[in-house]
Design a protein around this ligand. Structure first.
Ligand SMILES: Nc1ncnc2c1ncn2[C@@H]1O[C@H](COP(=O)(O)OP(=O)(O)OP(=O)(O)O)[C@@H](O)[C@H]1O
Ligand SMILES: [Mg+2]
Length: 345
């Protein structure tokens, strides 16, 4: 476990589409302990915009959140959704970090579907065994325009961006137990749903599906002849319960949800092809829309694996008085807790 010197403190920030969240942790007696947390709503469409004036607005909302939460440092670890990164696991002969940094420049174009002068490359050596002939390296590419936008927002808020992580990797850090298990991770959000496989602690096969709660609400509104606000209420209240409203909400959402299920199944099949004999133990679901009624049972039946609603507080120490409050915020906080855990677990 890494030990931090005082000035290397940092906190996690999740810049979502509908809200910004932060969590600061401190390692106390070898246990990540909650120092502070907070969230604030973001006006619709602000985060999706690339206009400088909107980045300035996001920065001001972020600054207010940071001031109110009284974090102890200006250093931030943020994360990017699956729709904004290309992540691949690359096999290489045994080599040092320096050699990887050099070699990966020449290999990256095989894995990254964008011109390399338009992306920022980052890698993590996964195989720690120094005697292994072949090693796994996680290669992550972020479009330069996206990375610059994040850098700009944090700078405008008076903060220092130390690392840009990947949301799925952060979530796995928070919610997947250590050890030799393989799990599928599904993160539902407003515009997209991200799917990843966490294989013995290594998060890969990150895919993003263009279905989010916004499109689920929209299709419900259309099919039932409701406005979006009413449809949103119906989705939250009835969800996938087939006995409510004669299953109308369920039937409206099912075709879109099945896009997610199909992608999940493709990832699982691919994983089994590459790793014969292994077994995905369960699906961990997270993100606000994971709370849609009957979502877990729907996914269990259609994917054919056990579903667990993720708890990002499982590795964190906090005062007992926070129990109920934190449990109620589990789905929304999975990314940011994982970002705050970077280098701690
Ligand atoms: N119980 C629920 N049922 C349906 N939708 C929900 C529920 N709880 C939250 N949502 C919606 O899910 C979306 C994503 O929630 P989340 O908390 O992940 O927000 P975010 O991180 O700000 O946004 P995003 O993940 O889309 O970037 C929001 O649009 C939110 O309104
Ligand atoms: Mg989110």
């Amino acid at each position: 476990m890494e030990v931090f010197v005082e000035d290397e403190n940092y906190f996690g920030v999740d810049l979502g589409n509908t809200s910004i969240r932060l969590v600061e942790l401190k390692q106390i007696h070898d246990k990540p302990t909650l120092v502070t947390y907070g969230d604030i709503e973001l006006p619709n469409g602000l985060m999706a915009s690339d206009a400088p004036v909107d980045q300035q607005k996001v920065a001001m909302v972020l600054k207010k959140l940071v001031d109110d939460a009284r974090v102890s440092t200006k250093n931030v670890v943020a994360g990017l959704p699956g729709s904004k990164v290309f992540a691949s696991i690359v096999k290489m002969p045994q080599m040092t970090e320096q050699e990887i940094a050099h070699s990966i420049q020449y290999q990256a174009d095989k894995y990254i579907p964008m011109p390399l002068d338009q992306v920022k490359l980052d890698f993590t050596k996964i195989t720690q065994d120094k005697d292994a002939a072949e090693i796994d390296v996680l290669l992550v590419a972020t479009p330069t325009v996206v990375a610059n936008k994040y850098l700009n927002i944090f700078q405008l808020a008076g903060l220092e961006l130390m690392a840009l992580d990947v949301n799925a990797i952060a979530q796995a850090r928070a919610m997947v137990p250590d050890g030799d298990i393989d799990v599928l991770l599904i993160d539902f959000s407003s515009l997209t749903t991200d799917i990843a496989i966490v294989a013995r602690g290594v998060t890969g096969l990150i895919r993003s599906v263009n279905v989010g709660v916004r499109s689920l609400v929209h299709v419900t509104a259309q099919n039932l002849g409701l406005d979006e606000a009413q449809a949103d209420q119906f989705v939250r209240k009835f969800g996938l319960t087939q006995t409510k409203l004669e299953g109308q909400v369920y039937r409206a959402m099912k075709p879109l949800l099945d896009n997610i299920v199909d992608e999940a199944k493709k990832s699982i099949e691919f994983f089994y092809q590459v790793n014969p004999g292994r077994k995905i133990e369960k699906v961990v679901i997270t993100g606000g829309p994971a709370a849609i009624p009957e979502m877990p049972v729907y996914l269990a039946n259609s994917i054919g694996l056990a579903i667990e609603v993720g708890n990002p507080w499982q590795k964190i120490s906090y005062a007992a008085e926070f129990n109920d409050r934190l449990a109620g915020m589990a789905l929304g906080y999975s990314t940011v807790v994982g970002l705050a855990l970077r280098n701690m677990v």
